[in-house]
Design a protein. Structure first.
Length: 326
């Protein structure tokens, strides 16, 4: 039912967006950016070594090609300078539009401004920027809702008491702070849960493994670790396993297949699925609609997350949650 509800809401929103955009196109068509004049879509994301970002590129290419575009995919590796170069390449290439999971809420504004000035619309997925009016849409998972939902599961698994550590993501990323704040909006309600370590592992699995090793050595009394994404959670689980600490309760946020495998094996409590396949598809379809004269009704759009635990993990595959047949 959740998937049907979300798809229905997004479909309704897209229909409404197209209707609104049609009015805009009739009344103020000059306000719509024309694109570079080709049938090329650029998809620019962080490193695809993280399967979450790999899924963005796979879906963008699949849906874009279905709609008749040539899709060119690149990674900026969370480097704003590299991202700027890729945006400049898209401008030179006369791209019709850019789909981007950006390299920083503030650092990405310059690149998106350049595309805007060149008449090329940008559609942001997964991560917001700290400015409105430059990107045509910013479609992101409801990180606040997702973090709070999986935190509720974790505090129950911790039996509402114990010492724990937190692995933060990339601190220039708005999602890092939103997730942490909303983990704590739940956890801090329980005075017997005490955070004894908090470090950034920059969304990276290897770094998370190393940070967890050090945290375990310095704080052997911990019984839980909360992680800003699944990649770091997987690194934390591996470090705990190698240290013989299968008692530590770990959560993440993304909904990756790797996390699902750990949940099934009992080595991880849960995750919150960001429906990134759906988010990316929505962005590509909005780009196509926009280039055909229909703008989205809202720039900022939230897609709900789904808490994934041992009870429903079998319904998750490749960042898509499917309700079992009745």
């Amino acid at each position: 039912m959740m998937k049907k509800l979300v798809v229905g809401l997004l479909t309704a929103a897209m229909v409404s967006s197209m209707a609104c955009g049609a009015v805009m196109a009739d009344d103020a068509s000059a306000e719509l950016l024309p694109g570079g004049g080709t049938k090329i879509l650029y998809c620019i994301t962080p490193s695809t070594s993280n399967p979450f970002f790999g899924t963005e590129q796979v879906i963008a290419e699949k849906v874009g090609e279905e709609l008749g575009y040539e899709v060119k995919c690149f990674s900026h590796d969370d480097d704003a300078a590299a991202q700027l170069e890729l945006f400049e390449a898209a401008i030179t290439d006369k791209a019709a539009a850019i789909i981007c999971d950006n390299a920083g809420a503030d650092a990405s504004i310059e690149a998106i401004q350049k595309a805007y000035d060149a008449g090329i619309p940008t559609f942001l997925i997964d991560r917001e920027i700290n400015q409105t009016g430059l990107a045509i849409s910013q479609i992101v998972a409801d990180n606040a809702q997702g973090a709070a939902a999986i935190a509720e599961v974790w505090v129950e698994a911790m039996d509402y008491a114990g010492k724990y550590a937190e692995l933060l993501g990339l601190e220039s990323d708005t999602n890092c702070h939103v997730r942490s704040e909303n983990y704590h909006s739940v956890i801090d309600e329980y005075p017997d849960l005490e955070m004894v370590a908090q470090q950034s592992a920059n969304w990276d699995q290897t770094e998370a493994y190393e940070k967890t090793e050090a945290i375990l050595q310095a704080n052997p009394e911990i019984t839980g670790i909360i992680c800003g994404n699944d990649t770091m959670a997987c690194g934390a689980v591996q470090a705990c396993t190698d240290a013989g600490r299968d008692d530590i309760k770990v959560i993440g946020l993304d909904g990756s297949d790797d996390a699902a495998a750990y949940i099934k094996s009992g080595e991880m409590v849960g995750t919150a699925l960001q429906q990134i396949a759906l988010i990316t598809e929505t962005a590509v379809r909005e780009a196509d609609a926009y280039l055909n004269g229909t703008a989205p009704e809202e720039e900022k759009q939230l897609v709900p997350c789904i808490a994934i635990t041992a009870d429903n993990v079998d319904n998750l595959s490749q960042f898509v949650y499917t309700e079992p047949a009745a």
